[in-house]
Design a protein around this ligand. Structure first.
Ligand code: NAP
Length: 497
C-alpha cells in the first residue's frame, strides 16, 4: 500500500508526504502543505509539503555539489545504479499504481502499465547511455582546405550540471523518469518538481531511486504548486537545463528562462486525416484508442478527425457504435472513461461542448457529466468557427470535421498553432508519404493513432508544441554538451604515412 512498509518513511505521520533532498525525506519548514484532490471523490486524498524558496535554494546547492562528484563516477557504475532503480520500481509497481489511480484517476491497469513502462525506460536509458556516451569523435585538420594534418581533435559529451525536471499530471511517473534517467546517465544531477496531481506517485518513484543507493543530493524532489514555486525554480541561477512537459506554461517558461538548454514538450491538437480508401474498421478502432484512452488526457490523443465527406457517414457510424461500448466510471474498476483530473478541467471541456452546441455541431451521444466524470462524446459536423476545432479539450470529447479534399485536411492541420503529431489513414503509401511530408507536425503516424512510445523513438513538437526532441537517445544528447580537446602537433603527421 502507498505510504506504508518500505514507503512509510516518505510520509510525515499520517497525513503529509515529505519532500526529498540530500538523500533524506524532509518536512518543509514552511509549515504549509498542498492538498491533492482525488478526481473521483473530489475530496482531499493526500497532502504534500509546500517547499519554501529557501529550501529550493538549498536543494540547488546540494544538487550542484553532488553533480561534481557524480560526473566523476564511471559510466558503468551510473548504469548499474539505474538498473537497480528500475528493478525496484517494477517490484513496487502496485503501491505506485495505487497513487496514480487516486491522484489522477488513471484506470488501474493503465496505472500499472505506466510504472512498468517507466522501469523499462530507465533500464533502456542506462544501456543506451553506456553505448552513446562511451563514444566520441576523432577529427583530423587536413580535411578542411588549407590545413595540414597538424591537429587532432577529440570530442566527447559532458554533462550540463543541474537539470530541472517538470513533468505534467497525466504521466507523472513515466514523464519524470524520461527526464531523470537521461540526466543521470549523462552525469547530471536532478531537481524534480512533480505536478501537484501526481506528486505522491512521483515521490514513491523517487523513493525507489533512493533505495537503489544513489549519492546524497544527486536526486532531489521539491513539491509545491507550480504557480507558487514554478517561476522561482525555472529562473533559478543554479539550473543548467530545463526539461518540461506540460501545456502553455512551457511557453511562458521559455520566455523567462536564462541562456540554458530547454526541452519543451507541450500541447497538441493531433489531427487524424481519413482518406476515401482507408480501412474504416482500422480507423474506428484507432480513433477509439487514440481519442478516448485515459479519457483523452494524452498529449498525443487524436484531437480532431478530418474525414473525407464520402466516407464520413460510415466512419461516424462505426465510431459511434464503439463509443457506446466504452465503460464509464471509477478508475478502481478499470473503466475506459474515468473522471478528468480536476473540476476546472471538466468545466473547460464543458465550455467547448456548449460552444459546439450553440454553433450547431451534431451530438452523436447526449452530453452527460457527473462531477469530474464526463461521458464520451463524439461531435460530428464540427466547423472551423467552433472552438473545439482548434482547442485541446484534454477530455473524452472528439470533434469530426468533414473535408472535401486532402488539401483541406492538411490546411486545417497546419493552421493549428500546435504541431505535435498527426496521423493519416489510407491504403496508398505514396499518398500517405506526401501527406506526411505536408503536415507541419513533429511526427506523422501512417495507419495508426498518434503515440509517444515506444520510448526510444524520437518525439518532438513544432510550433507551440515544443522545443527540441525527446526519446531516450535524443534526451541523453540534449542533456550533454560537446567538449573538444585539440592536440596540436609540431609537424604534420599522417597515419602510416
Ligand atoms: P501544466 O498545467 O502546464 O503543468 C505542467 C507542470 O508545470 C506541472 O508540474 C505544474 O505544476 C508545473 N507548473 C505550473 N505552473 C508552473 C510555473 N509557473 N513554472 C513552472 N512549472 C509550473 O500541464 P498539465 O495540465 O499538467 O498537463 C497537460 C498538458 O500537458 C496538456 O497541454 C498536454 O498536451 C501536455 N502534455 C504534453 C506532452 C508532450 O510530450 N508533448 C505530454 C503530456 C502532456 P502544478 O501541477 O503544481 O501546477
Amino acid at each position: 500500500m502507498a505510504g506504508t512498509g518500505l514507503f512509510a518513511e516518505i510520509l510525515d505521520g499520517e497525513h503529509v508526504y515529505k519532500y526529498y533532498a540530500d538523500g533524506e525525506w524532509k518536512k518543509s519548514t514552511s509549515g504549509k502543505s498542498v492538498a491533492i484532490i482525488n478526481p473521483t471523490t473530489r475530496k482531499t486524498q493526500y497532502k504534500v509539503q509546500a517547499c519554501s524558496q529557501q529550501e529550493v535554494n538549498k536543494v540547488m546547492d546540494l544538487a550542484k555539489t553532488a553533480q561534481k562528484l557524480w560526473a566523476k563516477t564511471p559510466l558503468w557504475k551510473r548504469a548499474e545504479l539505474l538498473h537497480k532503480a528500475a528493478a525496484i520500481l517494477k517490484e513496487h509497481k502496485a503501491p505506485i499504481a495505487e497513487c496514480l489511480v487516486k491522484e489522477i484517476a488513471k484506470p488501474a491497469k493503465d496505472s500499472v502499465t505506466e510504472v512498468v513502462r517507466s522501469g523499462d525506460l530507465v533500464s533502456y536509458t542506462a544501456e543506451e547511455g553506456v553505448r552513446i556516451l562511451g563514444e566520441g569523435k576523432f577529427l583530423v585538420s587536413d580535411s578542411f582546405p588549407g590545413n595540414e594534418r597538424t591537429k587532432y581533435c577529440l570530442t566527447s559529451k559532458i554533462p550540463l550540471g543541474v537539470v530541472l525536471a517538470i513533468p505534467p499530471f497525466n504521466y507523472p511517473v513515466n514523464l519524470a523518469v524520461s527526464k531523470i534517467a537521461p540526466a543521470l546517465i549523462a552525469g547530471n544531477s536532478i531537481v524534480l518538481k512533480p505536478p501537484t496531481q501526481g506528486a505522491v506517485s512521483a515521490l514513491h518513484m523517487v523513493h525507489c531511486f533512493h533505495l537503489a543507493g544513489f549519492p546524497k543530493g544527486l536526486i532531489n524532489c521539491v513539491t509545491g504548486k507550480g504557480s507558487e514555486i514554478g517561476d522561482f525554480l525555472t529562473m533559478h541561477p543554479g539550473v543548467n537545463c530545463i526539461s518540461f512537459t506540460g501545456g502553455d506554461t512551457g511557453i511562458a517558461i521559455s520566455k523567462k528562462a536564462g541562456m540554458i538548454p530547454l526541452q519543451m514538450e507541450l500541447g497538441g491538437k493531433d489531427a487524424c486525416i481519413v482518406l476515401e480508401d482507408a480501412d474504416l474498421d482500422l480507423v474506428a478502432a484507432n480513433i477509439i484508442k487514440g481519442g478516448f484512452s485515459y479519457s483523452g488526457q494524452r498529449c498525443t490523443a487524436v484531437k480532431v478527425v478530418l474525414v473525407m465527406e464520402s466516407v464520413a457517414d460510415s466512419l461516424v457510424k462505426k465510431v459511434k457504435a464503439k463509443v457506446a461500448k466504452l465503460t464509464v466510471g471509477p478508475p478502481e474498476d478499470d473503466c475506459d472513461i474515468t473522471p478528468v483530473v480536476s473540476e476546472s478541467s471538466a468545466n473547460y471541456i464543458e465550455g467547448l461542448v456548449k460552444d459546439a452546441k450553440e454553433k450547431g455541431a451534431t451530438f452523436c451521444q447526449e452530453y452527460k457529466r457527473e462531477g469530474n466524470l464526463i461521458w464520451p462524446l463524439l461531435l460530428d459536423n464540427v466547423r472551423p468557427d467552433m472552438r473545439i476545432a482548434w482547442e485541446e479539450p484534454f477530455g473524452p470529447v472528439l470533434p469530426v470535421l468533414r473535408i472535401n479534399s486532402v488539401e483541406e485536411g492538411i490546411h486545417h492541420c497546419n493552421a493549428s498553432n500546435f504541431g505535435l503529431q498527426g496521423c493519416v489513414f489510407t491504403k496508398d503509401i505514396n499518398k500517405a508519404m506526401l501527406i506526411s511530408d505536408a503536415m507541419e507536425t513533429g511526427t506523422v503516424q501512417i495507419n495508426s493513432a498518434p503515440a509517444r512510445g515506444p520510448d526510444h523513438f524520437p518525439f518532438q513538437g513544432i510550433k507551440d508544441s515544443g522545443i527540441g526532441s525527446q526519446g531516450i537517445t535524443n534526451s541523453i544528447n540534449m542533456m550533454t554538451k560537446v567538449k573538444t580537446t585539440v592536440i596540436n602537433l609540431p609537424t604534420p603527421s599522417y597515419t602510416m604515412g
